[in-house]
Design a protein around this ligand. Structure first.
Ligand SMILES: C[S@@+](CC[C@H](N)C(=O)[O-])C[C@H]1O[C@@H](n2cnc3c(N)ncnc32)[C@H](O)[C@@H]1O
Length: 269
């Protein structure tokens, strides 16, 4: 098990062991808190946040998923928005995100900047995402099969940062990192009995759509052959997940100080 813990996490209810704890426990929503669920999908995390008495706002770039989230979670708030480009009208106590930040490949720093702007000083940013090496066997099988079929290198739609890289981005973006975990988490592919092929169909539909239709089935069969030695067990297929989870806090606002230094006369007016 590869685990790198920068610090322990001190929740409002005392020490919480970060490793293996559900994300909502790291977030530790308090009754009445306003919390954004960024890349909310169909709203599973929003529902957990609401169950703790906090007020979630789910934001997702997909109108279809926001539609489903509204249907599945009557009474909760959801809106369509791009994580790299959203604004809110009042400061939030926390931003949470599950399995979504690694899909936001265009500009990871813009996402951190928008999260920072949405939070009050001291507000929390708590998330889990794919980390460096996530699905490495699956991706290697994909790349090999693409090459064997004479196809151009597939354009991968994910951003899987190392812990050091993402911590630096958070610090540069105005956050203090309180906890950062980097763990291997082999995960049973319960929803994909056809193993690596199903995984590619669901999660790499972009690159797959660029493959000539007549080659798709044999390409997927080859990916299964290539991935099986590493990922197929007697009990079924396992995905080689590597996760990054973190809890960071927006640093206190220094704008008042900056203002005073720039306009010393303001003290006399
Ligand atoms: C794997 S799903 C995770 C959904 C949900 N958080 C969950 O745990 O079930 C990733 C989500 O991120 C959303 N997403 C990807 N890029 C986004 C962006 N730039 N802005 C907002 N949402 C985005 C997708 O639409 C999708 O719903």
């Amino acid at each position: 098990m590869n685990s790198w813990v920068v610090a322990t996490y001190d929740s409002a209810f005392g020490y919480v062991s970060a490793h293996g704890a559900p994300l909502v426990d790291l977030l530790d929503p308090q009754p009445g808190e306003k919390i954004i669920d960024l890349g909310c999908g169909t709203g599973a995390l929003s529902a957990e946040i609401a169950a703790r008495g906090a007020e979630p706002l789910g934001i997702d770039g997909s109108p279809a998923l926001i539609g489903q989230a509204r249907m599945l979670n009557a009474g909760l708030s959801f809106t369509v928005g791009d994580a790299g480009d959203f604004t809110v009208t009042e400061p939030f106590d926390a931003v949470a995100s599950n399995a979504a930040l690694h899909w936001m490949t265009r500009d990871p720093d813009a996402v951190i900047t928008r999260v920072h702007a949405a939070l009050r000083p001291g507000g929390r940013f708590v998330a889990e995402m794919g980390g460096a090496g996530n699905c490495a066997e699956l991706i290697a099988a994909m790349q090999t099969a693409w090459r064997e079929f004479g196809l151009a290198e597939p354009e991968l739609p994910w951003y899987f940062p190392s812990p050091a890289e993402y911590a630096t981005r958070l610090e540069d973006g105005g956050f203090t990192v309180r906890l950062l975990e980097y763990v291997e988490r082999p995960t049973r592919m319960t929803e994909g009995p056809n193993g690596a092929a199903d995984w590619v169909r669901v999660f790499a539909s972009g690159p797959l759509n660029a493959v000539p239709p007549q080659a798709v089935e044999s390409l997927l069969a080859r990916i299964n052959d290539l991935a099986a030695p590493a990922l197929r067990r007697e009990s079924g297929w396992m995905a080689d997940y590597v996760r990054l989870r973190f809890a960071a806090v927006r640093k206190p606002d220094s704008s008042a100080l900056t203002f005073d230094m720039r306009r010393p006369e303001s003290a006399h007016t």
